[in-house]
Design a protein around this ligand. Structure first.
Ligand SMILES: *[C@@H]1O[C@H](CO)[C@@H](O)[C@H](O)[C@H]1NC(C)=O
Ligand SMILES: *[C@@H]1O[C@H](CO)[C@@H](O)[C@H](O)[C@H]1NC(C)=O
Ligand SMILES: *[C@@H]1O[C@H](CO)[C@@H](O)[C@H](O)[C@H]1NC(C)=O
Ligand SMILES: *[C@@H]1O[C@H](CO)[C@@H](O)[C@H](O)[C@H]1NC(C)=O
Ligand SMILES: *[C@@H]1O[C@H](CO)[C@@H](O)[C@H](O)[C@H]1NC(C)=O
Ligand SMILES: *[C@@H]1O[C@H](CO)[C@@H](O)[C@H](O)[C@H]1NC(C)=O
Ligand SMILES: *[C@@H]1O[C@H](CO)[C@@H](O)[C@H](O)[C@H]1NC(C)=O
Ligand SMILES: *[C@@H]1O[C@H](CO)[C@@H](O)[C@H](O)[C@H]1NC(C)=O
Length: 349
């Protein structure tokens, strides 16, 4: 999963705007707020934050819809490693730009997109919106603008002060090689049930992956759970186990956020072991089928799982800071200034 990134430009631009009408509002959202976040956090201090982000991302995705998957993944990585505190964005963190085996450039581009959104939002409102909240909203808009559900995101996260270490990253992110049992037990420690796990895996309905994340299923011997024709085509794209090529995660509708990923799994055309095994494992197979036959159900469960995920170990109140640059912690003198600006913003209530 760490290697899966965004990408591909084959999209018919029109499909960007064919977003479904499905939406989940805070009123019928089944995931309760348990974290100190709020549905109305920026109502007074930055009422335009959501429209600024959505408008800008519409432009970004019109040029390259592949960025949507990268932004979704970025929020996912942020939340799973040390909580949704934008630690993943810090220069020098395990997934950050300075790391030796940093993820491919497309992910790095995601960092730039977040920083650009941050600049636009701060220009409008001052330094009141956290990078972690911007990442959560960008993930939501990536889903929606790719054809998925619209939903409300609880806000008020603060940005963390420490890097996510490479070890923490490796320990907390499910590997593409992991089987369903391993993923279920890893995510159970964060309070996700099998329905959440299958729903969040549906994020692979968009995006691409490098060969190295799945060639273990092709060489030296082929994974027997893989469809023959699918395997044959993958071997062409990845002639060697270490090929640097990439391929799409959802062969049916690679850039559209829909439930076709689950149809892929039922046809044994899931790319990663962590995908395909969801249909092999008896605890998750029925859930895969239920999402494959009912997209509304998938969207509903996906939204609930995302809202739950977006509250993992968040910092609120006076914890952390509001970064002036999502890639770096505020310098001490800056953070002093930042807290003054924030206090002024709060006093508008
Ligand atoms: C990634 O970025 C580096 C440096 O900016 C560049 O040399 C390289 O060509 C890029 N690779 C891809 C696949 O875009
Ligand atoms: C990271 O994990 C490796 C082995 O998994 C271990 O050798 C190393 O000491 C760890 N580093 C830190 C900083 O915990
Ligand atoms: C799943 O993976 C774990 C850890 O790699 C392994 O111990 C276990 O045997 C695997 N289970 C199945 C059913 O393959
Ligand atoms: C990349 O994939 C193409 C087919 O899509 C293949 O012809 C080429 O050899 C591959 N390149 C590498 C470096 O694996
Ligand atoms: C990829 O693996 C092949 C052997 O399978 C080896 O000859 C080649 O040097 C490797 N390439 C890279 C870039 O590691
Ligand atoms: C699909 O799921 C939705 C949401 O749970 C439910 O309301 C609807 O009845 C389901 N549709 C079918 C055909 O089962
Ligand atoms: C943010 O910080 C990074 C890393 O220090 C730096 O490269 C970049 O130029 C900064 N961006 C802005 C807008 O100041
Ligand atoms: C304030 O921080 C900047 C770096 O952001 C540094 O260059 C400058 O020297 C600092 N000023 C003081 C008075 O500490």
């Amino acid at each position: 999963m760490a290697k899966a990134t965004s990408f591909t430009a084959f999209l018919l631009m029109s499909s960007l705007f064919l977003s479904s009408h499905f939406s989940v509002s805070k009123a019928d959202n089944s995931a309760p707020i348990v974290s100190g976040l709020s549905w109305t956090f920026y109502k007074t201090s930055c009422p335009k934050v959501e429209s600024i982000i959505r408008k800008q991302l519409q432009k970004v995705f019109k040029k390259d819809i592949g960025q949507a998957a990268g932004l979704l993944r970025l929020h996912f990585h942020d939340c799973f490693v040390q909580g949704c505190d934008a630690s993943v964005l810090l220069d020098g963190s395990a997934s950050g730009p300075s790391e030796q085996d940093a993820p491919p450039n497309l992910t790095l581009r995601g960092f730039e997109i977040i920083n650009d959104l941050r600049a636009r939002v701060h220009k409008e409102c001052g330094r009141v919106v956290s990078c972690a909240d911007i990442a959560a909203l960008a993930a939501r808009d990536s889903v929606y603008l790719s054809g998925g559900p619209d939903y409300d995101v609880p806000l008020g996260r603060r940005d963390g002060l420490s890097f996510a270490t490479r070890n923490a990253t490796l320990q907390n992110l499910p590997a593409p090689f992991a089987n369903a049992t391993a993923i279920l037990s890893s995510l159970a420690t964060k309070n996700f049930d099998p329905t959440d796990v299958v729903a969040l895996s549906g994020g692979h309905t968009i995006g691409i992956s490098h060969c190295s994340s799945f060639t273990g299923r092709l060489y030296p011997t082929q994974d027997p759970t893989m469809d023959q024709t699918f395997a044959k085509n993958l071997k062409q794209v990845c002639p060697t186990a270490n090929s640097s090529n990439t391929t799409v995660l959802d062969i049916r509708t690679p850039n559209k956020f829909d439930n076709k990923y689950y149809i892929d799994l039922m046809n044994r055309q899931g790319l990663f072991t962590s995908d395909q095994d969801l249909y092999t494992n008896s605890r998750t197979r029925g859930i895969v089928t239920s999402f494959a036959v009912n997209q509304t159900l998938f969207f509903e469960k996906f939204v609930a799982a995302m809202v739950k995920m977006s509250q993992l170990s968040v910092l609120t109140g006076k914890a952390g800071e509001i970064r002036a640059n999502c890639s770096v912690r505020n310098a001490n003198n800056n953070s002093l200034l930042a807290s003054v600006v924030e206090e002024e913003a709060r006093s508008e209530y």
